[in-house]
Write a protein that binds this ligand. Structure first.
Ligand SMILES: [Ca+2]
Ligand SMILES: [Ca+2]
Length: 265
């Protein structure tokens, strides 16, 4: 299998992840302070995974946004993840404003195929957005879970490759992947067979138009690609370095912990 980049752009750790197996594995991402775009590591014992998360750091910074590529496929000659195998997407966010608000969203970019492509380097851009979620139940200053399944906080879905940025009438994930499904042409493109699309990249982000007034954090991201495997991401604050007098045993223990965290079949 070709090497794929999975959240390893700037892991501060010396551990290095090269490929992802078919089993669900929690990938702990830290050391991102200078790696992600306008993201700050925070410690939060109430975080849904571990005791840390990543927060947007764009408040008061006009024209800015936060983003981070959880996965990017530089070798599109082979396919690791197919949109048609995607069973669910979920992540948790926490922000000081309740109810319907701008929030971190997740986007899956697909490879180009000459049909309604968004740019030279990507095809479709399927966006999963809490902003227009169905059955909203999102109190302030609380970790709220957003998912394509479940009965509340159901993520809004739309293809923003054509410049459309969401609303309340988008498809469910199952509808998007159904070749016979059609909407008004804004949320999805009727000439695109979404189920056959190859995944080029997976990104979390905030929007350029509103990030300057946004405060919030994100953690515990999961994408279940069925037969392709499951991607789970635990966003954390950078761990404190081991003291210099750790000793041989401590170094060995650290190596083992490191290996277990990042070496995935
Ligand atoms: Ca396309
Ligand atoms: Ca976390």
């Amino acid at each position: 299998m070709s090497k794929k980049l999975i959240g390893s752009i700037a892991l501060a750790s010396s551990c290095f992840l090269t490929s992802l197996g078919s089993n669900a594995t929690i990938l702990t991402l830290d050391g991102q302070t200078n790696a992600g775009n306008n993201l700050t590591e925070i410690t939060d014992p109430s975080a849904p995974a571990g005791n840390g998360a990543w927060s947007a750091s764009t408040l008061g910074d006009a024209g800015s946004f936060s983003d981070y590529w959880l996965y990017f496929d530089d070798d599109t000659s082979s396919t690791e993840y197919t949109l048609g195998n995607l069973l669910s997407v979920s992540f948790d966010t926490k922000k000081p404003l309740a109810g319907e608000q701008n929030d971190f969203f997740l986007q899956i970019y697909t490879t180009t195929d000459g049909i309604a492509d968004g740019a030279r380097w990507y095809g479709q851009r399927v966006t999963f957005d809490p902003r227009y979620a169905a059955n909203l139940n999102a109190p302030a200053d609380t970790w709220n879970s957003w998912s394509t399944s479940g009965t509340e906080n159901v993520l809004a879905i739309y293809d923003s490759a054509g410049g459309f940025f969401g609303g309340y009438s988008g498809p469910t994930l199952a509808q998007l992947l159904d070749p016979s499904y059609q909407d008004d042409g804004n949320y999805s493109n009727s000439i695109v067979d979404y189920a056959s699309e190859q995944v080029r990249g997976i990104r979390i982000a905030t929007g350029t138009g509103w990030a300057s007034s946004f405060e919030g954090a994100i953690d515990n991201i999961s994408l279940d690609f069925g037969n392709d495997g499951t991607l789970n991401f635990d966003l954390e604050a950078t761990q404190v370095s081991a003291p210099a007098n750790l000793g041989l045993f401590g170094l060995f223990a650290a190596f083992i912990a490191c290996s277990r965290r990042f070496l995935v079949k």
